[in-house]
Design a protein around this ligand. Structure first.
Ligand code: 4NP
Length: 165
């Protein structure tokens, strides 16, 4: 590819799951020497938290694992994202449905998948929404996101034959 591969993580609020995925994946991409070769963003299907930083519980969990997501700000998923990103990774089936609903011409379905389709232990294919639960839920989300992001990076690197340094 002569241009970056563009990856978008999508959840409901863009304050818990997808910003964590963005931060974790960004660190892995950088560590692999693929900065500027893979572009990364995240968005939420809902608008409630637009402009806000990630949930403080998600930021704390990430920080304990050495991942800083404090500079991220929530934005809403828009239909033009369907054309702008090569891989749109939904955190749960409801997000997947809401994203595909915006594909009015049925043109971009091949770009939209569940994030956990990359998970070596995919379970029910959903990253559970931790927002209304306790701290354990955020730790669980981190474990899922970390191993799935690792597999995603390996998969994209193989598919696009990306060489880091
Ligand atoms: P996220 O979590 O989709 O992982 O960012 C949520 C954040 C906020 C809400 C729901 C889920 N909410 O209803 O405000």
């Amino acid at each position: 590819m002569s241009r970056p591969v563009r990856v978008l993580f999508v959840c409901l609020g863009n304050i818990c799951r997808s910003p964590l995925a963005e931060g974790v994946f960004r660190d892995k991409v950088r560590a692999a020497g693929l900065d500027g070769i893979i572009d990364i963003d995240s968005a939420g299907t809902g608008a409630w938290h637009v402009g806000n930083p990630p949930d403080r519980r998600m930021m704390a969990t990430a920080k304990r694992q050495g991942v800083d997501i404090s500079a991220l700000r929530a934005r809403q998923f828009v239909d033009t994202d369907l054309a702008d990103f090569d891989h749109i990774l939904a955190m749960d089936k409801s997000n997947l449905h809401d994203i595909l609903f915006l594909d009015a011409g049925d043109d971009f379905g091949h770009r939209v998948t569940l994030f956990r389709q990359w998970d070596p232990e995919p379970g029910d294919y959903e990253v559970p929404d931790p927002y209304y639960g306790g701290d354990a839920g955020f730790e669980h989300v981190y474990e899922i996101v970390d191993r799935t992001a690792e597999a995603l990076l390996k998969g994209l690197a193989a598919h696009y034959e990306l060489a880091g340094d």
